[in-house]
Design a protein around this ligand. Structure first.
Ligand code: DC
Length: 207
């Protein structure tokens, strides 16, 4: 079973690239950011913030990710939250939740189980896949792009100005790359791809 790890900051094109690579190869796909977002959604729905309460809620509402790259879905218990985890309220809180060590440990177990259950190969995207989750991945990519390019792409997807998005991406990257446990980082053996001047198709082709 082959693992391709794709890490990088928010908005560099990880999701679109990972899904297309997985589709082309006929492999599974795991969006680990969706898991952190789902936990954040759950903590907001239950109105809880301590690691202990969140871990106990995760036992009552187990996370389930559907690995099909053409229509990935995520469930919290029986509730499908594929759309809900993309709202601003979740986006603004997710980095803080992702910095809690006990939650990362729990999600690490879930991610590794999911990866080992893939049938042929799997493309896994996140922040710490090449460094922590799948250090033995056959291929590691670190996908980056200029902040301005990332903000412009996001602003075309959502109804918000480039300035507002730029600020939000920047502060999320700051928290994600400076946290104590498994911060966003390029693995030593990762291949760097800068997508600033590449189209999606060109980025997929490079991978
Ligand atoms: O990829 P995304 O923007 O959906 O990820 C949401 C957040 O989840 C991101 O700001 C940091 C966190 N995350 C993480 O800490 N580790 C990962 N492997 C994936 C995401």
């Amino acid at each position: 079973m082959i693992v391709v790890a794709i890490d990088g900051p928010s908005g560099a094109g990880k999701s679109s690239t990972s899904k297309l690579v997985a589709q082309r190869a006929g492999w599974s796909y795991l969006d680990t950011g969706a898991l952190y977002r789902a936990v954040t959604w759950l903590s907001q729905r239950e109105n809880i913030s301590s690691a202990e309460e969140i871990l106990s809620a995760m036992k009552r509402y187990p996370l389930r990710f559907v690995a099909n790259p053409s229509s990935p879905q995520i469930f919290v218990g029986d509730i499908e939250v594929t759309q809900e985890i993309r709202t601003d309220v979740v986006t603004q809180a997710v980095s803080a939740i992702s910095a809690i060590s006990d939650i990362r440990a729990e999600l690490l177990t879930i991610q590794r189980k999911f990866i080992s259950s893939a049938e042929r190969g799997i493309v896994v995207e996140g922040r710490d896949i090449g460094t922590v989750v799948a250090p033995d991945a056959a291929l590691k990519i670190y996908l980056q792009a200029d902040l301005h390019a990332r903000a412009e792409r996001r602003s075309a997807e959502v109804n918000s100005s480039t300035e507002v998005i730029s600020h939000s991406l920047n502060s999320r990257d700051e928290v994600d790359s400076t946290r104590a446990i498994s911060p966003l980082a390029k693995a030593m053996d990762a291949v760097l791809i800068d997508s600033t001047d590449l189209t999606l198709e060109e980025t997929v082709e490079r991978v």
